[in-house]
Design a protein around this ligand. Structure first.
Ligand code: GLU
Length: 492
């Protein structure tokens, strides 16, 4: 396959979500697979909906995911500028070119007239409300004269009125639409800025885009878009309209409300939130890859493996439900694939954020003990903060072993203290045999004895493997914590 040039073309009008990330991922995979380029273009012509900071969030999110574009407003490139508001003259040139070719025309209708016409059509219950075509009939020389005289106008596409348009989508096949249903859409607004319909077609051509992957919300205007491209006489890109995202319940499309609910549940559909929630890019990418790519649902893939396997022929148009349990699953799976060094470096900031001082040497020993249990990186705090604290705060009730009272539990803790104190160090080879021997001779169960020790030394009922943990905490701290537990038990 010849090198593909793909682009993602977000509008800076909101947050960078799953859908944007998926488009970026497939664009990136196709570009990498074919030795081509992945381009980021900012479609900022809708100034009313512009959100400050949105462009920065897009770039930050792509970087975090590891999908850094080859060409973009910040990375530059040979086909820039990559921000549409910086390309006004280009669109004006092409809009005029279409007028000259007879495929577009200036329209001088006022918003009031358009509104009135719309209402009349609604009252007549027409099948499709459209522009009524008044200015389509103006003689081109007359129209040009009015434009030169500075009369306020837009430029509309002159949609063929008869016949059908056959638009080909790579996943969905031919989409046949009767032309009479397609409006004379505005290409250039009265402020001189283009609409999406013109700007995207022009830029995809100018930027030599070979494959357009975009959301299925563009299917209704897809026939218009192919007509615009054909009116210019340009080669069409391969068009791919990706599948829609359904709510976690699978009933209905993902909406703003669902996005807010996800945040309440401790998840998010916004990539920029995922880092703070403890997700790793590998897990997120694997999760989104499976939404719309027809590979088996449980396939674990790194980005390199995805590049290896990717083909646009295996993308699917069937809707995909957003399932956060799967995100957790893939995140945990990818965490387990990281090297100890890599995972340690990634969890370290969570300890630091909790105000804990972490020595790398200790962390490298802790990481293998907790790796299997982590679903998100921030889980490291629940499982391992006690390693880095000076003291722990056990719940006194939890120090009492099942079937024993406080006094008996204190007696056990004292014996354990003596045994550990007698060891030169707490390597687990050293402390396990005498403690097991004590369990035997005392007639207590391992659960009772080790339960007390665990709560005393770690402050919690669930911890990584006990003996390995004791070794890392170190003799001095373990004894200090045991002593405190004994005192707590004696006071009860
Ligand atoms: N600016 C459009 C959007 O954000 C881009 C659609 C496309 O990829 O062509 O929806």
């Amino acid at each position: 396959m010849k090198p593909a040039r793909t682009r993602m073309a977000p509008s800076p009008t909101g947050r960078f979500h799953l859908g944007s990330a998926r488009t970026a991922l497939f664009d990136y995979l196709l570009a990498r697979k074919t030795g081509g380029q992945f381009i980021l273009r900012i479609e900022d012509t809708d100034q009313k909906r512009f959100v400050p900071g949105a462009e920065e969030e897009i770039i930050r999110s792509l970087d975090w995911l590891g999908l850094t574009p080859d060409e973009s407003p910040v990375h530059g490139g040979p086909y820039g500028p990559y921000r549409q508001t910086e390309r006004r003259e280009i669109y004006q040139y092409y809009a005029n070119l279409l007028v000259e070719k007879g495929h577009a025309y200036p329209c001088f209708c006022s918003p009031e007239r358009l509104e009135k016409s719309r209402q009349e059509q609604q009252a007549r219950k027409v099948e499709r409300v459209k522009y009524d075509g008044l200015c389509r009939g103006i003689d081109p020389d007359e129209a040009a004269r009015r434009v030169r005289a500075g009369e306020k106008h837009v430029i509309r596409f002159k949609m063929p009125q008869d016949g059908v348009t056959i638009a080909h989508d790579h996943l969905r096949g031919d989409i046949v639409t009767e032309n009479k249903y397609i409006d004379d859409y505005v290409l250039l607004k009265s402020d001189g800025l283009p609409t999406y319909h013109l700007a995207a077609m022009v830029d995809d051509h100018e930027m030599k885009i070979t494959h357009v992957l975009r959301g299925s919300e563009w299917l209704p205007t897809f026939p218009l878009h192919v007509n615009i491209v054909r009116a210019f006489g340009w080669e069409e890109p391969v068009w791919i309209h990706l599948s829609v995202f359904l709510k976690p319940s699978g009933k209905g499309k993902m909406s703003k409300r669902e996005a807010a609910q996800a945040i309440k549940d401790g998840y998010s559909i916004f990539v920029d939130d995922m880092k703070d929630l403890g997700y790793i890019p590998e897990g997120v990418l694997n999760w989104i890859a499976l939404m719309g790519w027809g590979v088996p649902e449980d396939d674990v893939m790194t980005l390199d493996q995805m590049i290896e396997r990717f083909s646009i022929d295996s993308l699917t148009p069937s809707p995909a439900a957003v399932n956060f349990q799967k995100l957790d699953h893939f995140n945990g799976t990818h965490i387990r694939l990281l090297t100890t060094e890599d995972l340690s470096a990634r969890i370290k900031p969570y300890f630091a954020a909790a105000g804990l001082e972490v020595r790398d040497e200790t962390l490298l020993k802790v990481t293998p003990l907790i790796r299997e249990r982590l679903v998100t990186l921030d889980d490291c705090l629940a499982f391992a903060a006690f390693f880095f604290k000076e003291d722990v705060e056990p719940n006194p009730e939890e120090l009492i072993a099942k079937g024993l009272d406080a006094k008996q539990s204190a007696e056990v803790a004292r014996r354990v203290y003596q045994i550990l104190e007698a060891q030169p160090d707490l390597s687990h080879e050293r402390c396990e045999p005498p403690l097991r021997a004590y369990v035997e001779e005392s007639g207590l169960s391992a659960n009772q004895v080790f339960g007390i020790l665990r709560v005393a030394a770690t402050g919690q009922k669930v911890s990584p493997p006990l003996f390995e943990s004791l070794e890392i905490i170190g003799k001095e701290k373990v004894l200090k914590r045991l002593q405190r537990a004994i005192e707590m038990l004696e006071r009860m």
